[in-house]
Design a protein around this ligand. Sequence first.
Ligand code: PLP
Length: 367
Amino acid sequence: MNSLNPKSWLIAAGRPVEPGSPLNVPPMPASSYLAGGDRHYSREDGTPTTTALETIVGGLEGGQSLAFSSGMAAAAAVFDTLPTGAHVVMLDEGYQGVAGLAAAGVEKGRWQLQRLAVDDTAAWCNAAETADLLWLESPSNPLLTVADLKAICVAPRQAHALLVVDNTFATPLNQQPLILGADVSMQSATKFIGGHSDLLAGILTVQDVALLDKLRKIRTLGGASPGTLETWLAVRGVRTLALRVERAQDNASQLAYFLESHRAVEKVRYPGLSSHPTHDIAAAQLKGFGTMISFDLKGDAETADELCTRLKLIQHATSLGGVESTIERRGKTPGQEYLPPSLLRLSVGIESFEDLQADLEQALVRA
Ligand SMILES: *Cc1c(COP(=O)(O)O)cnc(C)c1O
């Protein structure tokens, strides 16, 4: 697809080529275009900034991308490809929104749902034989369990079956599911691709042209096309993805060790720690261990809630993947009540490690 190192591709791709053009594709607030050109209506054809974003991310993931108005809109488009009565297999943890979408379809009688543990590789390989849709998220939200994608992607599946990997937590820099044999890689571009907590967008990347066409039709009919401002911001944000991930990942691995040795902490879940249940798979499969850490405090939900309010540099807020570090207690999220009550999910940003450590230390001392 492209011979550049991803770090260079991020900078070089998706730019205008006509002499006299601006270096970056500017936002294009337009719904309709004069007849006879490549675009005629933005809901169908996207705007130039949407195309730029799709070019950049497609090259990173190793396929062709379609951008959506949010990660959930992208996920919903995949589910819309299913015939009535389909057999859906999904991880038993993971992003609560997609799990909610899958459960809503069961209630309406649209499909049947089977849920499997991310690390039960044999069960996934077995289910692949009969599934119409296999939905994985790896590393998963928020336990950061890493699926053995290498094994699951090559397990025999029906010709029409779709194996989807929500690649949001890994980013296409740390993991390329399509190269491993998945059919669809999904990004909530709201997170690392955008990187600044200022937009909502989603991206699907596929290699099969017929599938791309099908998903594009679903996007057009469902009206889930992103706005030009959002995709312009996402392009601007994604240019620094490599720098941001590198720096935040470096912070995260140091913080994981710091937290693991802290007396107020019960358990740290970070794929880079040898104590993580899927550390070996992570080490074999991911280019980096990521910027997300989940840790359980000694104590209860209240202990964890209080810690969030004592942090000063680390923002108490939902979501992840921004330049700013954010933290929240995930068990309070509707749909994630099954989690340990004191589990905190930390999205590590690009601040100085020493400042992040000091902020956690002052808050933990009183925990
Ligand atoms: C945020 C998120 C989504 C949903 O994306 P939105 O952009 O919020 O719609 C899906 N999967 C994962 C892993 C996420 O973190």
